[in-house]
Design a protein around this ligand. Structure first.
Ligand SMILES: Nc1nc2c(c(=O)[nH]1)N[C@H]1C(S)=C(S)[C@@H](COP(=O)(O)OP(=O)(O)OC[C@H]3O[C@@H](n4cnc5c(=O)[nH]c(N)nc54)[C@H](O)[C@@H]3O)O[C@H]1N2
Ligand SMILES: Nc1nc2c(c(=O)[nH]1)N[C@H]1C(S)=C(S)[C@@H](COP(=O)(O)OP(=O)(O)OC[C@H]3O[C@@H](n4cnc5c(=O)[nH]c(N)nc54)[C@H](O)[C@@H]3O)O[C@H]1N2
Ligand SMILES: [Mo]
Length: 767
């Protein structure tokens, strides 16, 4: 055991007996109970049953929860507990209409809980903030667009920021990206800037693709799956079916996570008679290692050392030498750095004894085909770049990329977050080909790169932003340094929020502020040309169509595509090649434009729209076509063994991980319990019983947390209840978004500026 593990600590592959646990498998009856508990809150309409039955199946609605792939041969029920919650949440029968807003001034709504804001129901009318009465009041759409156009035309295009939150379909997203560039800017931050931007930037550098290399089929052929910091049971539960199948055919699953996440331990398929009636379940992870937050760099360095030692002992048998020599570069420098890494330091940063890392490496080396899965546990760290670099290193050493049953597989968040990027929602010129903009529309693309989320916040704090348009999301609540950002928002000359439900971002209105109701994924979208489909790209680069069937919540609710098109029309100088009205009438025309702009990815888009499981837009790394600067995949030499920006040095600094519960979708809080972790309160700070004893803290005691990053700003969170939980030493955990004020805006991943939400150095102050 490493020295800093307190005496008497439990073994990291066993549950600490003194801490809460959910002792049933994930899925199973518990998941059905979880759905029913949400129904009274969401009060869904009768069409819900039909929509759920067809969810994620060709011709149906594609779930608006996560980005997990839709199988070509769907299960009887191709939805999960949390997909059902998201769907029912959107199909809410309650209405947050003008009458509601007449009764509730914005300053009053600010004191409401996030959960209560959303349970007011669907937004149905365009609203404008009236500072005189401190209320949102009804406004005509024509006035909305006329004002937005006037304001946007009056400003320097660089002063406008267009945010997108990964929900809207490819059609609305493409128009949004085109609108920004036609206006003259590419300030197009997206939710991925707080999420997998670490992937988009760094994976692109290492293996020449900004997205994962696996498809669902690979899960039928792999011998081992290595999980780093992704909570499948809550955040992509349909993936549990693939894991269950893999585990049952003997594939070995190894997990690294500071928390014992139930979904990665045991699963029962709620659609299986065998599992439900007979109480069967499947063990998912064969090995579960409770790594310290930020400790994956050390784990991966340790595993690489084991691979190198095994190769030394039996040359030519462990490394894929041919692959390394013909497909990669940087191997020798990386090997030298890894050999120089010290086991004591590896044990210290990972919190895992050498024997465990050797055990994991043994499984890796005995597997002919391995897949590496990861989520926010790797991306939301200052050295997220190195987390991914080390993961690629380990996988490249044995040629585990681009062969059947192998690959690097980030699990994306929002249902269309990856696709929005693919069709140009991004701050870089590379996100949308300038020559195509010129050829198709006669537009001169902006030569200045745009702002990502963190840079947009900095610009806002410096008064360089005049308009903030949000296509979905709840940016104020999702960002770091929340209180400070909320204040900056209210100083903006123009804020426009296009949303389905009320949230906290809407309660920080700018000087001119609109809250605009849009259709959700489940709603029928009828335009002049008839009913329309929209499309999205999943985490495995498959593109699928989604058709809503529910009656829209009100006659005034517009589609996201239509709202974006109207905003563009009123803002831009007339250009006969920008046919906003025609495009809105028939989304096929927009898909045709997408195919013309991105022919490698989308040729034949309309014809392929309804392919079961979606059509695959391909991935060059999968074909060993490395689109990097040298045309080869790069090894990355580690310069440190921790992913943390500030590894806790003193006795009193701990590392805080901010988590999602099983009863939330990002800032949407469905309920207050976290069933799969055995918890029922969100205002908590989780800490191991050993650390509680060391710091003389009692269960239920109220404490504050203070961030230890010195950026001249005080970041605190008060009123948190100490709660014993099975965590590694030096680790605290609590909930996002409640704790976002603790995360400094400046504390982010080095290359992509993804906030380091999973490794915040904090001190505990007893109240
Ligand atoms: N129901 C539901 N589904 C969702 C979402 C939701 O909120 N609710 N959100 C969606 C979005 S936008 C996203 S991005 C994804 C997020 O899905 P995930 O990628 O699963 O993200 P998180 O829930 O933030 O937690 C990641 C996991 O990382 C672990 N972890 C934390 N730090 C470390 C570390 O240093 N190393 C390792 N190895 N593990 C670590 C945590 O314990 C946790 O289990 O889910 C999407 N799907
Ligand atoms: N501390 C901490 N902070 C985090 C994270 C973390 O792990 N820890 N995770 C980060 C991550 S991964 C992400 S992706 C961000 C999420 O940040 P966002 O994407 O900005 O936030 P969401 O909570 O997903 O947005 C919810 C709102 O979207 C709107 N909405 C829902 N459906 C639709 C729709 O179909 N159309 C439109 N127009 N609007 C809709 C509703 O009004 C709802 O209130 O948060 C980040 N913040
Ligand atoms: Mo995300």
């Amino acid at each position: 055991m490493p020295d800093d593990r307190p005496d008497g600590a439990y073994a990291p592959d066993q549950q600490n007996p003194d801490t809460p646990v959910y002792d049933r498998p994930t899925g199973g009856w518990g998941s059905l109970e979880g759905i029913t508990r949400t129904i009274p809150a969401a009060r869904p309409s009768a069409v819900a049953a039909k929509i759920l039955k067809d969810l994620n199946k060709p011709g149906g609605v594609m779930c608006s929860s996560c980005a997990w792939a839709k199988p070509a041969k769907p299960n009887t029920f191709e939805f999960c507990e949390n997909g059902a919650k998201a769907t029912l949440w959107e199909l809410d029968r309650r209405r947050a209409d003008a009458a509601f807003f007449a009764d509730h001034p914005v300053s009053e709504l600010r004191s409401w809980h996030d959960h209560d804001l959303e349970t007011t129901g669907r937004l149905t009318e365009p609203l404008r903030y009236d500072p005189e009465t401190d209320r949102y009041v009804a406004v005509e759409w024509d006035e909305v667009f006329a004002t937005i156009g006037q304001e946007l035309r009056a400003m320097d295009p660089q002063e406008a920021v267009f945010y997108a939150s990964g929900h809207a379909g490819l059609e609305a997203s493409y128009l949004y990206a085109l609108f920004a560039r036609a206006m003259g800017h590419q300030n197009l931050p997206q939710s991925s800037n707080m999420c997998h931007e670490t992937t988009s930037v760094n994976l692109l550098n290492y293996i020449g693709t900004p997205v994962g290399t696996c498809t669902l089929e690979d899960f039928d052929h792999c011998d081992a799956i290595f999980f780093f910091g992704q909570n499948t049971g809550s955040n992509s539960p349909r993936f549990l079916h693939n894991l269950q199948d893999a585990a049952e055919r003997g594939c070995r699953i190894v997990t690294f996570n500071p928390l014992r996440e139930r979904g990665l331990i045991e699963f029962a398929n709620p659609a299986s008679v065998k599992d439900m009636a007979l109480g069967n379940s499947t063990e998912i992870s064969e090995k579960y290692y409770q790594v310290r937050p930020g400790g994956d760099v050390a784990v991966l360095a340790g595993m690489m050392k084991c691979v190198l030692e095994a190769e030394d002992a039996a040359p030519g048998t462990v490394l894929d030498r041919d692959f390394i020599d013909t497909q990669t570069d940087g191997f020798d420098d990386t090997v030298a750095a890894v050999r120089a890494a010290d086991w004591a330091e590896i044990e210290h940063h990972s919190g895992l004894p050498r024997a465990m890392i050797e055990e994991a490496a043994g499984i890796y080396m005995s597997s002919e085909r391995a897949i590496g899965i990861y989520g926010m546990g790797l991306t939301q760290h200052v050295n997220g770049w190195l987390n991914l670099g080390m993961l690629c290193n380990l996988f490249l050493m044995r040629g585990n990329v681009g062969r059947k049953g192998t690959g690097i597989s980030p699990v994306r968040g929002h249902s269309n977050v990856q696709g929005q990027r693919t069709v140009g929602v991004g701050e870089k010129s590379a996100h949308m080909p300038g020559d195509k903009l010129a050829e198709l529309f006669g537009i001169t693309p902006p030569d200045q790169e745009g702002l990502n989320a963190v840079h947009a916040c900095e610009a806002m704090l410096e008064g360089r932003v005049k308009a903030m348009i949000s296509l979905g999301g709840n940016l104020v609540r999702a960002l770091p340094d929340r209180e400070r950002m909320e204040r900056a928002w209210s100083d903006l000359p123009l804020t426009v929020n296009i949303a389905t439900k009320l949230n906290r971002s809407h309660l920080a209105p700018g000087k001119t502020a609109f809250l605009l109701p849009c259709l959700g994924r489940t709603d029928e979208d009828v335009q002049e040309g008839g009913p329309q489909a929209v499309s999205m790209e999943d985490t495995m680069s498959h593109i699928v169509a989604s058709i809503g069937h529910a009656q829209p919540p009100g006659p005034q609710v517009m589609s996201e595509t239509a709202i974006v098109a109207r905003m563009a029309e009123v803002t831009l100088d007339p250009n006969p090649r920008l046919k906003w009205r025609e495009w809105t009438a028939n989304y096929d025309l927009i898909r045709e434009l997408i195919a013309q702009t991105f022919p490698d990815d989308f040729s034949g888009f309309n014809e392929r729209l309804f392919e079961p499981g979606g059509f695959y837009r391909g991935n060059p790394a999968r074909e060993w076509n490395w689109k990097t600067d040298t045309g080869r995949a790069h090894f990355t030499a580690p310069t440190t063994l921790s992913a943390l920006g500030l590894p806790p040095e003193g006795e009193d600094v701990m590392t805080l991980v901010t988590l999602r519960s099983n009863d939330q979708f990002n800032t949407t809080i469905y309920g207050f319990s976290d069933r799969l972790r055995g918890l029922s309160d969100r205002e908590v700070v989780l800490i191991s019983p050993q650390e509680m004893e060391r710091l003389e803290l009692a269960e239920g005691q109220e404490v504050s947390l203070v961030c230890a990053v010195e950026d001249g700003i005080e970041h605190t969170a008060a009123g948190l209840k100490v709660t014993a939980y099975d965590l590694p030493p030096g680790t605290l955990a609590g909930y996002y978004p409640e704790l976002n004020g603790l995360v400094p805006l400046s504390y982010h991943e080095k290359n992509s500026q993804t906030p380091a939400y999973k490794g915040v150095p904090v001190r505990i102050l007893a109240a």
